[in-house]
Design a protein around this ligand. Structure first.
Ligand code: TYM
Length: 334
């Protein structure tokens, strides 16, 4: 609790171009929850270097992502928006927690197996202990709730296990976080293969809508989205392409699948795809305009970066000092 408010933590990586999945599965919910909680939103640049990055590009993307958080509607006066690398507590707690995490647990992480197969030439130890750093992010702020897309559920479960294990040994040190999954958009699928998640790293540019795509590209990608030959307008597992488009439409316009099925029953897929394109444009166009506006104000963004890193450091230190004491590190001499 901070000032009688429950705490929320979440983060996003600045690698690759963010997709509509990142926005609908995570960022949109962050904004919706931001009044209710004391929020910490990190640009998780420590996680990003588990895959080789061009330093200049990473720096640029990290700033663009931080700007996007604000453009999406997170007020940096009320929400702590910062770079993970500016708060040393993340890496320090991660080390301690790695001594309370079993290799057997890390071996089971599907995202590690996935990434290791995609980057077979660079299966580094950071990629392997990535979920421990994630646990440190969350536990450092004693977060009560963590809004993420479905693909992060396994990491959240591990975080809870590590926290419970630590608490069982040392008493109530960590708050056990709950995962928050949004009603719509928690798993946006590829537009070209609706059995796969929409991902920044997809090689086919038509598979993903990027947050910075212009209106024509968005409309074109929706028009080309893979559906099926059933020809009936239903929301069901057997029609995953159509189902995904309905999910996107619902998440953009805050509708339910039932409402959408009623609205479009009897319409062709073509007509619906046009409507999905317009719905996405109606969300992303204003977002892109706000990003462009904010990017002009360098001094303002710099002040957010500075002030919020200090705020995050302050709260993270409270937990870190407590943990260091519990595990037996000597007290500092003042
Ligand atoms: P990342 O950067 O891959 O994704 C950021 C957020 O976007 C969600 N997401 C999706 N949601 C719906 N459909 C999709 N196709 C889709 N693709 C991505 C993700 O679930 C995530 O919520 N390891 C994390 C970042 C992280 C973090 C944390 C998150 C680091 N520390 C602590 C929460 C708490 C990651 O790489 O997310």
């Amino acid at each position: 609790m901070i000032d009688n408010k429950k705490v929320l933590f979440s983060g996003m990586q600045a690698t690759g171009s963010l997709t509509l999945g990142n926005y609908l599965g995570a960022l949109k919910n962050w904004v919706a929850l931001s009044d209710e909680y004391e929020c910490f939103y990190a640009v998780v640049d420590l996680h990003s270097i588990t895959i080789r990055q061009d330093p200049a590009v990473l720096r640029k993307r990290a700033r663009a992502l931080l700007t996007l958080y604000i453009a999406a509607g997170l007020d940096p006066e009320k929400n702590c928006i910062y770079y993970q690398s500016h708060v040393s507590g993340h890496a320090e707690l991660s080390w301690i927690l790695s001594c309370f995490t079993y290799m057997g647990e890390l071996n089971r992480m599907t995202q590690f197996k996935d990434k290791a197969s995609k980057h077979a030439d660079n299966i580094n130890a950071g990629l392997y202990t990535y979920p421990v750093l994630m646990a440190a992010d969350i536990l450092l702020y004693q977060a009560d709730v963590v809004p993420v897309g479905i693909d992060q559920m396994q990491h959240l479960e591990l975080t809870r296990n590590i926290a419970q294990r630590f608490n069982a040994i040392y008493g109530d040190v960590f708050t056990i976080p709950e995962v928050y999954i949004g009603k719509a958009g928690a798993k946006i699928m590829s537009l070209q293969d609706p059995t796969k998640k929409m991902s920044k790293s997809d090689e086919n540019p038509n598979a993903s809508i990027y947050l910075m795509d212009d209106a024509d590209a968005i409309r074109r990608k929706c028009r080309r989205a893979v559906t099926d030959s059933v020809g009936e307008f239903r929301y069901c597992e057997e029609q995953p392409g159509l189902r995904n488009l309905i999910d996107i439409y619902c998440a953009c316009l805050n509708k339910t699948p039932d409402e959408v099925v009623k609205e479009f029953s009897g319409s062709g897929y073509g007509q619906f795809k046009e409507a999905v394109g317009e719905a996405v444009v109606s969300v992303l166009d204003p977002l892109q305009k706000r990003v462009a506006e904010l990017e002009k104000d360098k001094a303002y963004i710099d002040s957010v970066i500075k002030n919020n890193a200090e705020k995050a450091s302050y709260y993270s230190m409270k937990t870190l000092r407590k943990v260091q004491r519990k595990v037996g590190f000597p007290d500092r001499i003042r």
